[in-house]
Design a protein around this ligand. Structure first.
Ligand SMILES: Cc1cc2nc3c(=O)[nH]c(=O)nc-3n(C[C@H](O)[C@H](O)[C@H](O)COP(=O)(O)OP(=O)(O)OC[C@H]3O[C@@H](n4cnc5c(N)ncnc54)[C@H](O)[C@@H]3O)c2cc1C
Length: 415
């Protein structure tokens, strides 16, 4: 079959990989030149530990406090935008304890499928500095410690049995080279990480050798629909016919879905990262600084990445350097000897997470269009769930029984 994939981020490339392996003729369309998107500068965590979705009662409460402070980890740019208002309303409605409980098993399952797929890619010789050594979630406050201990129990109950609480002394033994201000940490031995830029570049190279066609700088505008099927897609350069289409346009997917007559709410959640090979601090383990909402990743022996913040904003809004300063301030609160000047704007990377209304991805066939598979809305987890999503997309296109129950990811659920 001829399959078009809209979007050349990790979700689009992973889908292209499995579809090509399954013998399909695959074309990837991307509005950019493919050298950067949200899948490049992220923290690189491949993390079954993230079984708590973005939409939680806690984030709504905390977010309401933080949202007017442009330095805070979570910020909603106030603007009169009906899509944002509708998205925000649905997000708040889904942020319930019941939703958090129901989301845990599906998130764990897709993360484990994905991690297995990445491990296979690594074994097959794909060079992306994949390491399965675990991740630390470091806390500073009493409330943070209480919550962390509950999370450890939840993880164990979910079968992630190699999760453990580390006291401050135990934590120090994992990172003997740095002084930390912390009460302790969760050690998630189940987690892996990689160098996402290398992953994307190696994947592009592999896909080219496999015969996947790339249409860079060719944004998809809309499509011609007849009898509930996409007959052709229209780009800025022409029209093309395909048997099947995969919508994997990241944070732009909501807008594009509308052009196909669908309602799949996705908001861009901007985050920033700084990558330095002259880091004043080297860590052994990737670490999330819980109260600072910052992620640190040792990408290789000499390169560190500092990333974070969630800013619900438009794609055109200029980057806010005060938020980058907020990341550095948070690192300093946890590592008092850390010193880093605010980098120049051109040294700061930023990308737009595709945020669904309930923190779960949309993966599946919408009822309105019979030859479309949607694969988007992964928010903070797109890298982690990327390879697994690609595998599931391959199964959906070939109408095989998917490796997991996809009902929680139904793309029609937020209509
Ligand atoms: C600071 C930060 C840290 C993060 N850390 C992690 C992490 O550690 N682990 C994790 O799992 N996730 C992490 N994430 C989230 C992760 O990066 C994203 O979820 C993931 O990259 C989304 O992948 P995607 O393929 O859906 O979108 P993207 O990578 O954004 O790709 C979408 C592509 O679609 C293209 N496109 C859009 N519209 C069109 C159109 N109309 N026609 C053609 N092409 C189009 C775009 O040009 C783009 O190339 C992080 C994100 C940020 C910002």
């Amino acid at each position: 079959m001829k399959v078009a994939i809209i979007g050349g981020g990790i979700i689009g490339l992973s889908s292209a990989y499995y579809l090509r392996l399954q013998g399909h003729e695959v074309s990837v369309f991307d509005q950019s030149d493919g050298s950067d998107n949200c899948s490049y500068g992220n923290a690189g965590y491949i993390c079954p530990s993230h079984f708590i979705p973005l939409a939680t009662p806690g984030i709504v409460k905390q977010g309401l406090k933080w949202m007017w402070n442009s330095r805070s980890p979570f910020y909603v740019e106030p603007r009169l935008d009906w899509d944002l208002i509708r998205w925000g309303w649905k997000f708040m409605r889904s942020a319930t304890p019941k939703h958090v409980a129901n989301a845990a098993a599906p998130l764990r399952d897709i993360a484990l499928i994905s991690q297995q797929a990445y491990a296979d890619w690594h074994r097959s010789g794909l060079d992306f500095l994949y390491q399965h050594k675990g991740m630390l979630e470091i806390v500073q406050t009493e409330a943070g410690e209480r919550h962390a201990k509950e999370t450890v129990q939840q993880a164990i109950d979910l079968g992630l049995t190699d999760t453990a609480w580390l006291t401050a002394d135990q934590l120090a033994s994992y990172e003997p080279g740095v002084r930390m201000q912390a009460r302790g940490a969760i050690l998630f031995a189940c987690d892996a990480h990689c160098y996402p830029n290398r992953l994307m570049q190696s994947m592009l190279e592999r896909l080219r050798t496999m015969g996947v066609q790339f249409h860079w700088n060719e944004g998809v505008i809309d499509g011609q629909i007849e009898h509930q099927r996409i007959r052709s897609i229209r780009t800025n350069a022409g029209s093309y016919s395909f048997d099947q289409v995969v919508l994997a346009a990241g944070s732009w997917s909501g807008k594009l879905a509308k052009a196909f007559g669908l309602s799949i709410p996705v908001m861009p959640g901007r985050g920033y990262s700084i990558t330095t090979s002259e880091s004043p601090m080297q860590l052994n383990y990737p670490a999330i600084l819980v109260e600072g909402r910052v992620a640190l990743t040792p990408l290789n022996d000499s390169t560190m990445r500092f990333g974070g913040t969630m800013e619900i904003t438009g794609h055109q809004t200029p980057p806010r350097m005060e938020r980058v300063q907020g990341i550095l301030d948070a690192v300093k609160r946890f590592y008092p000897d850390f010193q880093m000047e605010l980098p120049k704007p051109e040294q700061v990377w930023y990308g737009y997470r595709p945020c669904s209304t309930d923190g779960l991805p949309y993966i599946g066939r919408p009822r309105q269009l019979k030859n479309l598979v949607v694969a988007t809305g992964h928010a903070m987890l797109g890298l982690s769930l990327g390879a697994g999503t690609g595998k599931l997309v391959g199964q959906l296109i070939d109408e095989q029984t998917p490796d997991m129950d996809l009902r929680p990811f139904d793309p029609d659920r937020a209509r």
